[in-house]
Write a protein that binds this ligand. Structure first.
Ligand code: SF4
Length: 434
């Protein structure tokens, strides 16, 4: 039997697809490309933008064309938020919500045996139970993502995630450490801890024996074989003085943090319901830069949020110019059905969003080039994680996530090697093995 996956959206979805893949492999399935014949198609959907919904529907039609007899399962955020709509799509056999992915094989078999559609979408808003999925090995990768947290209770006004992913919940810390040890045994040198709102890891545990994200990071220091740990996108407020004092001592934690900013203007941040001011964000950036050597800080910025005037955007631009990060991910605001921001007044014209996005893309090119140039002449440790792009050319990342290219005739994939940075091309450092 053949199964094909299509995964939309974030790293958490990617993790969950990998975990489902392992379940299928254990059941004897062969994993095949989505653009071809399979007996089962799994579409792991995203609902962050309205486009995610549209794409998910397109994937269902595609799977149906590839094999009209196949079992098609639609799982994840889109089926969670719109289960009636998804189950009404012609040809869908299984519909599972965000916390029912572990049961996928059971429902696929049930749909096959009973010849009728199976829908299992639990209520998530008050569900504090973490769905335990595990991954021991990754298909074709040298670093592993590990989902340790789910859900979000922040309710930013533009975001649908709290409604699709539900209440915050965390993976049992003992299981987190066990899973990382298993990955280390399978040869992984780097793990990336991720979640929907990873800063709230542990907030759902009893206060008396609460394990926090920093506790987990400290325990990973003791795991043989794991050389690097990264944490996924995180709220700036996580970095209190105490947290920085503790993580500063960790040898394996990579000095690379993605701190969501979204806007550098306090009025815009307030309308977004972000719970920090631009000044607080800047203080955290300063603290990290002053305490952690070679730290790289990247961020997300949304342009054209409802009510963002030229003056407000100028404030964001000036703010970003001043605080100097390593990279910006720029998003043009797009209204998401079911969120507060969708019905806010003064929606911003598409041309304005385009103009503002271009300005920030120019700024990030400058940031990225300056970040790469700051490493010229230095010798750094690089993990070569990708297959060779072309004969003899290899790419990898430093601890602070600088992309490095080297030439070598050897197969260096999966190895941690010392590299001297000798040149820079745009955002890419060119190095020589030492
Ligand atoms: S913090 Fe805000 S943007 Fe991030 S998942 Fe939660 S609600 Fe969405």
């Amino acid at each position: 039997m053949k199964v094909a996956f299509s995964t939309l959206g974030c790293r958490v979805n990617q993790y969950e697809s990998e975990a489902m893949t392992e379940k299928f492999i254990k059941e004897g399935y062969e994993i095949v490309d989505f653009n071809g014949y399979a007996d089962v198609y799994v579409i792991n959907t995203c609902s962050v933008t309205n486009m995610g919904d549209k794409k998910s529907r397109q994937f269902v039609s595609k799977a149906r064309r590839e094999n009209p007899e196949a079992i098609i399962a639609v799982v994840g955020c889109y089926s969670q938020i719109a289960s009636t709509e998804v189950s009404g799509i012609e040809g869908v056999d299984v519909v599972l919500g965000t916390r029912n992915k572990g049961d996928i094989i059971y429902y696929i078999n049930k749909a096959k045996d009973e010849g009728k559609q199976q829908v299992k979408v639990g209520a998530v808003l008050k569900n504090k139970i973490f769905e335990d999925l595990t991954i021991e090995d990754y298909q074709d990768k040298t670093r592993a993502f590990l989902k340790i947290q789910d859900g979000c209770n922040r309710f930013c006004t533009y975001c649908i995630i709290p409604y699709t992913r539900g209440a915050i919940c965390s993976k049992n810390p003992i299981k987190v450490i066990e899973e990382i040890k298993k990955l280390a045994e399978n040869g992984f040198k780097e793990v990336i801890l991720s979640g929907i709102h990873i800063a709230s890891y542990g907030d759902d545990f009893e206060v008396e024996d609460r394990t926090t994200l920093v506790d987990i990071l400290e325990q990973i220091e003791e795991i043989d074989g794991i050389e690097r740990v990264r944490i996924g996108s995180i709220e700036p407020n996580f970095f209190t003085e105490d947290v920085v004092n503790r993580i500063f001592k960790l040898k394996k934690l990579c000095p690379q943090f993605h701190l969501s900013l979204q806007s550098g203007c306090n009025a815009t941040l307030k309308r977004m319901n972000r719970r920090y001011t631009a000044e607080e964000y800047e203080a955290i950036v300063d603290l990290l830069k002053s305490r952690i050597e070679n730290v790289s800080i990247t961020t997300d910025v949304i342009v054209g949020f409802p009510g963002e005037t030229d003056e407000e955007f100028a404030e964001t631009y000036k703010f970003l110019e001043r605080i100097k990060l390593s990279k910006l991910h720029v998003f043009k605001y797009s209204p998401r059905k079911g969120t507060k921001a969708e019905s806010m007044e003064n929606q911003v014209d598409g041309n304005k969003k385009e103009e503002r996005s271009k300005a920030l893309i120019e700024l990030t090119k400058r940031y990225e080039n300056e970040f790469a140039k700051a490493h010229l002449g230095k010798t750094l440790e690089v993990l070569f994680e990708m297959a060779s792009k072309e004969e003899g050319v290899h790419e990898g990342y430093t601890k602070n996530y600088l992309k490095v290219e080297v030439h070598s005739d050897k197969n260096i994939r999966g190895q941690l090697l010392q590299v001297k940075i000798v040149d820079v091309k745009d955002d890419m450092a060119i190095g020589e093995l030492v």
